[in-house]
Design a protein around this ligand. Structure first.
Ligand SMILES: C[S@@+](CC[C@H](N)C(=O)[O-])C[C@H]1O[C@@H](n2cnc3c(N)ncnc32)[C@H](O)[C@@H]1O
Length: 258
């Protein structure tokens, strides 16, 4: 197993090296370019989820009018006071970001999930708790990323992003050179970019994309690092179900170069 892990990591590193010589598309993203491919609505909401959504969104939702694309939105202005800030993109039902909020009450969290059923599940989970160190966006995370000030984030999580397995849909994948440039702009030097997936092809894609991007450094130093759950890791139900079904979760830990 360790030998095949080593071989796989070496092949990723080799393809990253080869790809590093390709020209990187430098077109600047704009809000008009952002297009959401996933679904926004599913089954009708339960009363409890509906109540959580209607009661918490006015206080915790990031107002649409703040989502300009001029990189002027300081995250501290969304909270009572500035603090280290971490973004989670596509949080599903929000188990991971909720766990982080409990672990780090002194950190501000930005959390994006366009699917109403996921957002309402997360807000229901914190509704009758004191946890309020989060601001949420029920829309495309890229809208928020393009609006934030430069070097304002301490870290970004992208956990199990939609895999878009068909080759003609690969351009829909959230981890792309263009989006990595956006993530690099808003991360502080040394800020982390943590990505996970249980889809082999997507793992290879994400590690290649991030390795070939000049702003990021893969922090793995042993062949097995990518399959080792980081210490204190908070699993989502999606991750737990995948592991139970025999799928291997890959943990890709990158940081913005200093
Ligand atoms: C496979 S689910 C994973 C959910 C969660 N991260 C987990 O690991 O349990 C992918 C999530 O990404 C969300 N998503 C897709 N495109 C997005 C975008 N542009 N911005 C924010 N979230 C997005 C989807 O709505 C979906 O909930």
């Amino acid at each position: 197993m360790a030998a095949s892990a080593g071989k796989r990591q070496t092949s990723w590193k080799n393809s990253a090296k080869a790809l590093a010589n390709l020209p990187v598309k430098s077109k600047k993203s704009t809000l008009a370019d952002t297009r959401l491919y996933g679904r926004r609505k599913g089954r009708p909401l339960s009363t409890a989820r509906h109540e959580a959504l209607t009661e918490l969104m006015p206080a915790l939702g990031i107002p649409e009018k703040k989502l300009t694309e001029d990189g002027a939105l300081a995250p501290g202005s969304l909270f009572d006071s500035p603090a280290p800030t971490i973004l989670e993109i596509g949080f599903g039902n929000g188990e991971h970001v909720k766990g982080l909020m409990e672990q780090s009450p002194g950190t501000n969290f930005l959390a994006c999930e366009p699917f109403e059923n996921g957002m309402s599940a997360f807000l229901k989970s914190i509704h009758h708790t004191p946890l309020r160190n989060v601001r949420v966006l029920m829309d495309d995370a890229l809208k928020l990323c393009l609006s934030l000030t430069s070097e304002c984030l301490d870290g970004i999580y992208i956990l199990n992003p939609d895999p878009w397995p068909k080759a003609r849909h690969h351009k829909r994948r959230i981890v792309s050179q263009e989006n990595l440039t956006t993530f690099a702009r808003i991360l502080k030097p040394g800020g982390f970019l943590t990505m996970t997936t249980d889809v082999d092809d997507l793992a290879e894609w994400m590690v290649t994309q991030a390795s070939m991007h000049h702003a990021f450094r893969w922090t793995a130093d042993k062949a097995d690092d990518w399959k080792t759950m980081p210490e204190g890791w908070i699993q989502t139900r999606y991750e737990q179900k995948g592991i139970k079904a025999g799928r291997k979760q890959t943990y890709l830990l990158f940081e913005k170069k200093r």
